[in-house]
Design a binder for this molecule. Sequence first.
Ligand code: FCB
Length: 456
Amino acid sequence: MSFPSGFVWGAATSSYQIEGAAATDGRGPSIFEPWSTHPGNVYLNHTGAKAADHYHHVEEDVGLMGQIGLKAYRLSVSWSRVLPDGLLHGGRGVNAAGLGWYDRLIDELLKAKITPWVTLFHWDLPQALQERGGWMNRDIAGWMADYAAVVVDRLGDRVKHWITINEPQVFIKFGYGDAMLAPGLKLSLDQQVHAAHQCLRAHGAACQAIRAHANAPPSVGWAPIGRTDYPVSETPENIEAARAGVCGVLTPDLWNNTWFADPVCKGSYPEDGLRLFGAANAPKIEPGDMELIRQPIDFYGVNIYDGRAVKMGSGGKPEVVAFEDGHAQTAFRWFITPPALRWGPRLLYERYGVPIVVTENGLSNVDWVMDDGKVHDPQRVDYTKRYLRELKKAIADGTDVRGYFHWSLMDNFEWAAGYRERFGLIHVDYPSGKRTVKESAKWYRTVIESNGGNLG
Ligand code: FCB
């Protein structure tokens, strides 16, 4: 069995992780500049200043995408490359050179018959906006709408697929709560809830701006993490345990799906979260906020790497089942859990009824260019095959899944882990910038050509 016709096969990246050229052509600093240059924040004090230097390899990189046979490419725009201090009004305004670079990238992609899927915000907030409070400032919804309008005015004649924000759970919780990511803040839960609320408003404002500025009806979605619990065995009780985890707020923090997705898809915060967080941590909702947040979305992006096996416990409460000793892991030491790619999409689709696109899935592996000049990465083939087979099951279960983007197109700056983790289908030798298409990418090409028919 192959995937539905028209299924979108792609690969994904994000601006700060691959572009480099951090101070080139008028780009302003993002929050990752001060953060990654602060000793100790990133593995071996790596920074994204050069990264994969994609900024200077556009033609070559799009050529390699063509070799892999990609139908689509998910990229993100660097806000501070387009608006160096983040602002359209009252600041430096549009940086023509930065916006022009994306313009050329889109043209290259279209020449190669690769459909661009553009994320507006993948964590690299302009530093100047952070200095105005960043996600704590209610004005950010307006800043984001202005930024979206600028990008869509320029690219919207050719780009049809838009993603507003990537993984709000991560950049709020880890960036504003746990100091594991830029800007490295340790705010309390009520402040994180406040930041998350502004972030959801910004998502809604961006949806409106995209639709208002696109010259043909666009397809608009978002890409939260798809935090996944899956049934350890497929009994009805265990499936309900998984649903309770995927569709519940079970711990007093932002590490869940529904605190973000219920407002976006249903227009209200989930009752269980409100109860658990308590009045002291409740979001301050102003008139019109929930209407703004609840904009129609055309697809629900899920970023899924792993999940937890759960069963229904004796007291009717879900319980996590520990992995057996030696359970398979990636180089990052993330557990390999293929059923996450069946149950995450399925349970989120059952709750929200919005078509699913897997906007990220993949693994870091211990890859190097071997003696024969090739990068042999059978682990990546095996991982991806097993996960995609599970995604097929989700589709067979009745889940409307429209596409799959492998993370990542190329090796890149993996945030706090720097260049230690290699997630790419393309190997990057950072000192020289040399690219080597990994063996897994050649295999992925056959998956795309057979529309997943060769996965078994
Ligand atoms: C996701 C991020 C992406 C990348 C992968 C490995 O959380 O969206 O930028 O770092 O993890």
